[in-house]
Design a protein around this ligand. Structure first.
Ligand SMILES: *[C@@H]1O[C@H](CO)[C@@H](O)[C@H](O)[C@H]1NC(C)=O
Ligand SMILES: *[C@@H]1O[C@H](CO)[C@@H](O)[C@H](O)[C@H]1NC(C)=O
Ligand SMILES: *[C@@H]1O[C@H](CO)[C@@H](O)[C@H](O)[C@H]1NC(C)=O
Ligand SMILES: *[C@@H]1O[C@H](CO)[C@@H](O)[C@H](O)[C@H]1NC(C)=O
Length: 448
């Protein structure tokens, strides 16, 4: 019911909250310390403690993603050791076992390198997440959360929880274009944490500890090579998903209940003339050659900023006449659900796209161990170095993950099975048998 069901809501504010923190008592006492094994934050099991958080001394914000989670709570769980989660009942990424003392590691592969059974397991796990109620979280749906007590909570599936979280973070602050997870220095790490979050929820749901999100290397192709029924569904002329695909009837969350916001997945890859190509291997190399992590004013106008280039606000200077690049271009290329960034996570391709963006982040960080998170007050409030990332529990500052590599977080990226030549394209012998190789090589040359 919660799987196929459509939630077409008006312009509401939404987020995820641990179930036990949405009771009237928790909202009244301003305490979000869910019990684990009978005591708040697993205190009597030595897992963590319910404690006041530093943000509670900051002014109460108008937008509740600012000074997170000050708008709702004064006390939350602080987890000790390798414990993690809103109730300290989970392990930090990279750890497992009853006491979270065993290392855990997965290798994220390129989606087309998965074996048939790995691919089937991945796709069916997504389906299970779409059909299963989240036992841990509720979502908040209230049209004006600046009014105290104007809160409504509802159940959601594990997958839709993730869609809501992205929507919530991507929504603009009142009167500005800024948000908590895009258009600024938090963009890359926020999405890293977001993928780790849903990966862990799906592991718990399916019992498969080795579940991971593969990546989609869109520089290997000149079209959506995963828009087939073997992967995420072929596309029909009208943008709907082929009826033979598992994804054809996937209910999605829409934000406006009108015709501009259809109740099903839409993909028209390459159909929009100003976003008709995918970024190339040369675009990736150009992005990788950017020396600074981010630059003032730390927004969409930042120049020579690795973050802004990878996010896609710096347009390549070649002759393709694009109006977006890199991450943004891939979203726009789909000319459908993926293109409306707040609702984009409805399309399962979103997570593979972001897994590849995260792979590029990791590669850049390996080459720039000196990089730091900007400490400037020019950074908009929810993305400042010392601000907590909304809407995650337990609390983590935006700069927390810079300096922690993916290995320490329990994962790494397995290179694509086909290597590339130094010029960034697939070499002729390796490309034999690949239908898209000729175009790929030609595109790389044009843009070099
Ligand atoms: C939004 O909330 C106000 C109360 O704060 C209520 O009067 C109004 O009907 C709500 N609008 C919608 C669309 O739910
Ligand atoms: C959400 O699901 C739980 C567990 O099935 C149920 O007890 C609760 O009443 C549901 N809440 C709402 C608001 O539907
Ligand atoms: C795309 O970019 C060109 C300049 O490169 C500009 O003239 C045009 O207005 C842009 N189109 C849109 C829809 O932004
Ligand atoms: C799809 O492309 C058309 C132009 O061909 C554009 O007008 C429309 O806004 C695009 N839709 C989305 C959702 O990107």
């Amino acid at each position: 019911q919660h799987g196929r069901n459509l939630f077409c809501l008006l312009d509401d504010w939404c987020a995820q909250f641990p179930r036990s923190c949405t009771t009237p008592e928790a909202l009244q006492t301003r305490e979000c310390c869910p019990p684990w094994n009978g005591s708040p934050c697993g205190f009597s099991s030595g897992r963590g403690v319910c404690a006041p958080h530093p943000a509670r001394d900051l002014p109460k914000p108008v937008d509740y993603r600012v000074n997170w989670p000050r708008a709702f709570y004064d006390s939350v769980c602080t987890c000790w050791g390798n414990y993690d989660g809103s109730d300290c009942g989970q392990c930090l990424p990279g750890w497992r076992g009853p006491q979270c003392q065993q290392r855990h590691h997965v290798e994220r592969k390129e989606i087309t390198d998965l074996t048939d059974s790995e691919r089937e397991t991945f796709l069916s796990s997504l389906h299970q997440a779409k059909q299963s109620l989240s036992s841990r979280y509720n979502i908040l749906t209230s049209n004006d959360t600046t009014v105290d007590g104007n809160y409504a909570f509802q159940n959601t599936s594990v997958y839709n929880l993730y869609v809501w979280m992205h929507y919530y973070s991507a929504k603009s602050y009142a009167g500005s274009e800024n948000n908590a997870a895009h258009r600024g220095p938090a963009f890359l790490f926020w999405h890293r944490v977001f993928l780790l979050f849903i990966e862990r929820e799906i592991r718990e749901l399916t019992g498969n500890q080795d579940f991971y999100i593969p990546y989609w290397d869109w520089t290997r192709t000149n079209h959506c090579n995963i828009c087939t029924n073997k992967y995420f569904g072929g596309v029909r002329e009208d943008g709907r998903i082929d009826s033979a695909s598992l994804f054809s009837n996937l209910g999605i969350i829409c934000i406006h209940s009108d015709a501009s916001d259809p109740a099903h997945l839409i993909r028209n890859p390459g159909k929009d003339p100003i976003y008709k190509t995918l970024p190339t291997a040369a675009d990736v190399e150009d992005t990788m050659a950017t020396p600074l992590f981010d630059t003032p004013p730390f927004d969409i106008t930042s120049k020579n900023s690795f973050r802004s280039k990878l996010e896609g606000f710096q347009i390549p200077s070649d002759s393709r006449h694009l109006n977006a690049s890199m991450h943004n271009l891939v979203h726009r290329y789909f000319n459908g659900t993926m293109s409306l960034v707040p609702t984009a996570a409805n399309d399962p391709i979103f997570m593979l796209h972001h897994s590849f963006i995260d792979k590029l982040l990791e590669r850049w960080l390996q080459d720039h161990s000196e990089a730091t998170y900007p400490e400037s007050d020019q950074v908009h409030p929810a993305q400042r170095a010392q601000a907590y990332m909304a809407p995650f529990f337990p609390l983590r500052t935006n700069n927390y993950y810079l300096g922690r590599d993916t290995k320490s977080l329990g994962y790494s990226y397995k290179e694509h099975s086909l290597s590339r030549s130094a010029a960034g394209h697939i070499t002729a012998t390796q490309a034999e048998g690949r239908g898209d190789c000729e175009t790929n090589v030609r595109r790389s040359k044009t843009s070099l």
